[in-house]
Design a binder for this molecule. Structure first.
Ligand code: GRG
Length: 300
């Protein structure tokens, strides 16, 4: 695979460049299937219809700290994004959040049907590990470690476990500590994996790995707080819909627990802690600092 680097010094340009690189690779992987049937159409629909591609960007930026070319992490980043896509498709199902729209488009089960959406989510999960197991640019040891860590991050100890905690949380009232733990599993685990994978591929030392882990933990928390803030400060139509949904489900959020103003302060404090964790990397970590700053100003 030819060398690929993020070339622009402008952060927004780098983000766009990274989105283009990952989407091209995901499209290539999906076009490798020659049959055109409903599953294939739905896979492309679920993977290639927008999204900020934050997790691949985190992985690229982490790997670049260790002078790794993006081509070395591209397959792992695509696999992670496929798992993220699978989680969104399953999360939108009637048995879960029961959403009709995702990124402004009909959700997978609305566009196709429920059975197809379940199978698409399952297929993305398998595809992720198919892609990683075939990544011959990495040693077998690294591949196995990356695959193992992704099973942990996405499975019962991570994202899926967090989703279950979230569903069970609807029946009881959770405190701040419990909400943080739940979100760390449900949403944070994949962000943490993105940074961890960059460090594994880049042969990071123990203190560098630890620094990135701390950054990623704070990134996940800041992401969730700002997501909750967005629910009450975003466009009116979306706000009404999302707030009612959370209220109906009886879910606690950072806003319900601490109020909007406190949540904003907490988000900023978390962002600052994330940046402090990266101090050992000096200016080389600017791109990761810019990314977490972006969370405060995001519109989606
Ligand atoms: C995949 C087997 C399998 C199970 C899925 C449904 C589920 C188990 C987990 C839900 C996990 C989930 C949806 C967490 C929420 C994460 C979140 C806030 C997603 C939004 O992330 P963004 O903003 O999305 O990065 P975009 O649209 O930019 O990609």
């Amino acid at each position: 695979m030819p060398a690929i680097t993020l070339t622009s010094n402008d952060f927004n340009q780098q983000l766009i460049q990274s989105q283009t690189i990952i989407e091209q690779r995901m499209a290539e992987i999906l076009s490798g299937q020659i049959q055109h049937n409903q599953l294939e159409d739905a896979l492309r629909y679920g993977a290639l219809a927008g999204g900020k591609r934050l997790r691949p960007f985190l992985m690229f930026a982490s790997a670049q700290l260790f002078n790794q070319d993006i081509s070395n992490v591209l397959e792992t980043a695509a696999a992670l994004e496929f798992i993220h896509c699978s989680s969104l498709i399953h999360d939108d199902l009637p048995a879960m959040d029961d959403d009709d729209l995702r990124r402004g488009q009909p959700t997978c089960h609305i566009q196709f049907d429920e059975a197809t959406a379940i199978l698409v989510g399952d297929a993305f999960l398998s595809l992720a590990f198919e892609v990683m197991s075939q990544d011959t640019s990495l040693t077998v040891e690294k591949r196995l470690k990356l695959i193992h860590q992704l099973t942990v991050a996405s499975g019962r100890y991570g994202m899926i476990g967090g989703q279950m905690d979230d569903i069970e949380g609807e029946k009881k009232s959770l405190n701040l500590e419990q909400i943080i733990l739940l979100q760390q599993k449900k949403t944070g685990a994949l962000f943490e994996y993105a940074c961890e994978a960059g460090a594994i591929i880049g042969n990071a030392g123990a203190n560098q790995q630890q620094a990135l882990k701390q950054y990623a933990k704070h990134f996940g928390l800041a992401f969730q707080i700002t997501d909750d803030i967005l629910d009450v400060t975003g466009s009116e139509a979306e706000v009404g819909k999302r707030l009612n949904k959370d209220q109906e489900a009886g879910k606690e959020t950072f806003i319900s627990l601490m109020g909007l103003e406190e949540a904003k302060i907490y988000a900023q404090k978390t962002i600052n802690q994330a940046k402090q964790a990266l101090e050992i990397f000096g200016d080389r970590a600017n791109i990761l600092c810019d990314l977490i700053d972006m969370l405060n100003n995001r519109k989606s």
